[in-house]
Design a protein around this ligand. Structure first.
Ligand code: AMP
Ligand code: MG
Length: 521
């Protein structure tokens, strides 16, 4: 395997003076050199071939022993020195101090076709930032990260990617429900990729240490390598940087709301500076459209990270980033302006996105009203978000309201509840919707095509991931493969996968892993 190594992060930013994996507080450093723990018997479970090729690894090389041992952390590639990044963060609204890569270790950066990629192992053992954790990961959470990051990519949502999934051959002790019942589970490692894994928290760390020199170094580094379109200087440069991060973050959230993704742990240490989805933990997919839903049991009480709250949380997280960058700007007003503009711009983008989901070309007071009413209607009884929007594209300008309603009928979890005033509300909505379609220039078939490009047919429903996990636990990886293949083309009709275009089955409603997940991973 010939990789064009270029470790710019470690070359240009300060290293921790110590290089042991011992847990500690680290100051004046952007990272610490560490050694991944050697997995006892690494086994390749799944690889994203198309990602491998895009980073310069051939299909032949994937099958090699070198691929298996390098990307599972068993052998360290020549001229590379793995490291864990230092960062801090706000967790669930509170300052949490130093966090850092507790179970992530970056192996190296490599350039292919002028694109630089960081390769990072998740679950490769302790680092100085592991606190009380073991730095390891279990199979269930690794399958979830591997499948979901690839699914998100193919949905067109900005995200980190996952190159490969391995079992480690080691057993890992976890208390899944945090109820005093720890048990051994299969250990696993994911090798994930991104242009960088820099988070809001990397900036918060230096700001909290009052280390303005390194704060500036990190910010200049980030702008130079990843925001090269910014060519202003001084304070203006940092402001432009902040504004660009706000824009990218906003775009990411609009995508989440479009596909029904709930991150579950939007702490500032889980917010990428590039506006890409990062750290797939207790995430989930909306099944019935419920803005108050969060999959994360740790957040059950306040539901801070519920679906409908993601835009507000993004803004709150940006406020923390603004505070961290403040020493480089020293003026609150322009930062406040960017923060105050965030919800205004978000609303514009959100409305535009919803127009595309409904198949409207033009925006008017009426079309906006139809969107608002729909958001309410979807909550009248349990209604499957993915099935509803996908089926909506079948509605035609010449349909009667009854006909139109029938076409989306399978999206209701309990059709028998859609009666009386609920039924009337839907009839009224379809009257408005069909009237609006009649005003559109697009033909029914053109509209169907464009709607199907934004309303996925297949998403990684929570229970689907759990079925793949249950099978994988018995060393049957067929479902991991099948879901991966299906999710490569989430907007396409794929007859062979039609069975996955279905509502969550009843058994999955309250099953652990299907609707509720803890942070234990
Ligand atoms: P997360 O909620 O997964 O984003 O993790 C928050 C912090 O805890 C990060 O600094 C992680 O690196 C760390 N962490 C999570 N799980 C483990 C683990 N098993 N061992 C060590 N550190 C962990
Ligand atoms: Mg994290």
């Amino acid at each position: 395997m010939k990789l064009n190594i270029n470790n710019k992060f470690t070359n240009e930013l300060p290293a921790d003076a110590l290089d042991s994996n011992e847990t500690r507080q680290v100051a004046g450093a952007a990272f610490s050199y560490v050694n991944p723990v050697k997995p006892k018997k690494p086994c390749l479970i799944h690889v994203s071939k198309e990602l491998a090729e895009s980073v310069g690894i051939s299909l032949e090389e994937i099958k090699s022993d070198a691929f298996l041992t390098i990307f599972s952390g068993k052998t360290i590639l020549e001229k590379t020195k793995p490291y864990a990044m230092a960062y801090a963060g706000h967790q669930f609204g509170n300052w949490a101090g130093q966090l850092g890569d507790g179970r992530a270790i970056t192996l190296f950066e490599a350039i292919h076709n002028n694109r630089s990629t960081m390769f990072q192992l998740k679950g490769a053992g302790k680092t100085p930032y592991s606190r009380s954790g073991d730095g390891l990961a279990v199979l269930r959470s690794s399958i979830r990260e591997h499948l979901c990051s690839e699914a998100m990519f193919h949905l067109g949502v900005p995200t980190t990617r996952s190159l490969a999934l391995f079992t480690s051959g080691d057993m890992v002790l976890r208390d899944i429900l945090y109820n005093g019942n720890p048990a051994y589970e299969k250990g696993a490692i994911v090798c994930r990729t991104a242009s960088s894994f820099i988070r809001f928290g990397n900036f918060e760390l230096f700001a909290s240490q009052n280390d303005i020199k390194n704060l500036q170094l990190l910010t200049d580094y980030t702008i130079k390598h990843y925001f090269s379109e910014i060519n202003s200087v001084g304070k203006e440069k940092y402001l432009e940087f902040f504004e660009t991060v706000a824009d990218k973050t906003r775009e990411m959230i609009v995508h989440w709301q479009r596909v029904g993704f709930v991150h579950g742990v939007m702490n500032t240490d889980n917010m990428s500076i590039h506006g890409i989805t990062i750290d797939y933990g207790p995430y989930g997919w909306l099944e019935d459209f419920n803005p108050n839903w969060t999959p994360n049991t740790t957040d059950n009480q306040y539901k801070r990270y519920r679906f409908g709250n993601q835009p507000q949380i993004a803004q709150w997280n940006l406020l923390q980033l603004a505070n961290a960058l403040f020493p480089l700007i020293e003026e609150a007003k322009p930062l406040e302006k960017i923060l105050n503009d965030f919800p205004i711009k978000y609303e514009v983008d959100y409305i535009e996105m919803m127009h595309s989901k409904l198949g409207f070309e033009f925006s008017s007071e009426t079309s906006k009203n139809i969107i608002n009413l729909l958001t309410q209607n979807l909550q009248l009884t349990e209604t499957d978000m993915t099935i509803f929007f996908r089926s909506l594209s079948l509605v035609s300008k010449v349909d009667s309201v009854e006909n139109a309603f029938e076409k989306i009928g399978t999206s209701f979890y309990k059709l028998e509840e859609v009666k009386d005033s609920v039924y009337d509300t839907w009839m009224y909505w379809f009257t408005l919707y069909i009237n609006q379609l009649k005003l559109e220039n697009q033909s029914d078939s053109e509209r169907k095509k464009t709607m199907n490009l934004v309303n996925p047919k297949y998403v990684l429903r929570n229970y689907m991931a759990q079925l793949a996990i249950d099978a994988a636990d018995k060393e049957d990886y067929n479902l991991v493969n099948e879901l991966y293949e299906m999710l490569l083309k989430p907007y396409n009709e794929q007859k062979q996968y039609e069975k996955w275009f279905a509502k969550r089955p009843d058994w999955a409603r309250y099953k652990v892993g299907c609707s509720a997940l803890s942070c234990s991973s």
